[in-house]
Design a protein around this ligand. Structure first.
Ligand code: UD1
Length: 371
């Protein structure tokens, strides 16, 4: 029996851990799993509603660290997590993605000699000004098992000198959650509540510090988005960071006058229901680039780089950069195209069974080590 601590902290972690927890519970003769929530995200809309929507058991440990500077948040997570590891003595700690909770918990384990498995390893934007890129590099460097979503991630890790026997291409757990939840989203009334007709609206999310913390950059993006919204209304569930910048920079009036509709962040099922009916998605989120690819929905990524190139080579994603003129031009090109179901090109192993392969890998790695 393997004892595993599954770590969640911020919004994009919950849908990655949920299928792994489900799989481990199904294989309870092989796994004893406990969920640790660091509390990096704490609002009902950013955290609690996801447990409910994903059918996830409540966390066994809640570290309640909350918001702070990167250094303080990371340090608080490390300080609160260390006693949990010492008391529970897990065989493995499983971390997902690239948030501060991921790197903080991995660091604690590497110092205590506890094995770490990193799900979604090897993604690289090659932009070290992104906090997530630093988190990815550090976490991969100190993890014992690197579980990847795409072959390009394997190549990145090998190029950095990671030994091949630590790397396993298992597919994408985020897509496990998406496929598992699609049927359930039919119960959501979000399109009716917002009075939307399928394929007659666009969905926008923006929260990267590089896009929303700089008044000039955020203002330029909003100018382009206001113009695009004249052609197709845009629904904009705003992250708390983004909402705060909108009022700080005085952008609320311009949004009010446009066809951009600002709403609160949505729960997992409502959000899938919303974007799965959209004609177009505009985003700077990593997860949404993948989810739109899995559902063949055109996606414009408002960033200069992406750590998920497979969504461009094998999916529906277009990297627009942050130049407002270029964003408008590409958006209009996509909107002028015939609305088609898209060619259903889905990256290899984005098949809804990644969590199974992750559990297999953990079992096999452990039994090989014990030979
Ligand atoms: C974090 C992740 C990012 C991920 C994003 C998804 C890091 C470095 N970044 O960024 O990779 O894409 O989550 O949401 O870990 N806040 C609230 N309520 C909450 C959470 C946050 O109001 O429940 C506000 C706080 O004012 C906080 C700000 O949002 O200062 C930013 O939160 P934080 O967790 O520091 O980073 P995110 O920008 O959410």
């Amino acid at each position: 029996m393997l004892k595993i601590l599954n770590i969640v902290g911020a919004r994009p972690n919950f849908m990655k851990i949920a299928p792994i927890v489900r799989q481990m519970k199904r294989r309870d003769n092989e796994f004893q799993q406990l969920i640790v929530h660091t509390g990096q995200h704490y609002d009902a809309a950013m955290s609690n509603s996801f447990f409910k929507d994903l059918g996830m058991p409540q966390p066994d440990f809640h570290l309640e660290v909350g918001s702070a500077s990167h250094a303080v948040q990371t340090a608080r997570i490390m300080t609160a997590f260390e006693p949990v590891v010492l008391a529970e003595k897990p065989d493995w700690v499983l971390v997902v993605g690239d948030v501060n909770s991921t790197v903080a918990c991995a660091l604690v384990c590497s110092k205590l000699g506890v094995k770490v498995a990193h799900v979604e390893a090897g993604l690289r934007s090659r932009d070290r000004t992104m906090p997530e890129e630093i988190n990815r590099i550090v976490t991969d460097t100190i993890s014992d098992l690197l579980l990847t979503t795409s072959q390009d991630a394997n190549e990145n890790l090998k190029a950095e000198g990671v030994s091949e026997d630590k790397i396993n291409f298992v597919g994408n757990v985020m897509i496990d959650s998406l496929f598992y939840s699609l049927k359930l989203t039919e119960k959501s009334n979000i399109r009716e509540d917002l009075n939307l007709t399928e394929k007659d609206y666009a969905v926008l999310t923006l929260h990267r510090p590089s896009n929303v913390d700089d008044e000039k950059i955020f203002g330029g993006l909003l100018d382009a988005l206001c113009v695009i919204s004249e052609k197709i209304p845009i629904i904009f569930p705003a992250h708390p960071r983004t909402r705060a910048r909108i009022s700080e920079f005085g952008f609320a009036d311009a949004i009010e006058r446009s066809q951009i509709k600002l709403i609160e962040p949505l729960g997992y099922l409502d959000f899938i229901r919303l974007y799965s009916g959209a004609r177009l998605v505009l985003t700077d989120s990593g997860g949404l680039q993948e989810e739109t690819t899995a559902l063949s929905i055109p996606c414009l990524t408002l960033r200069e780089n992406t750590e998920r190139p497979i969504t461009i080579s094998h999916g529906t994603n277009i990297l627009t950069g942050i130049n407002p003129e270029r964003i408008k031009q590409i958006a209009f090109e996509v909107l002028n195209r015939e609305a088609s179901a898209g060619d259903k090109k889905i990256p290899p192993l984005w098949d809804g069974r990644a969590a199974e392969r992750i559990c297999d890998c953990l079992s096999e790695t452990d039994s090989q080590e014990n030979l």
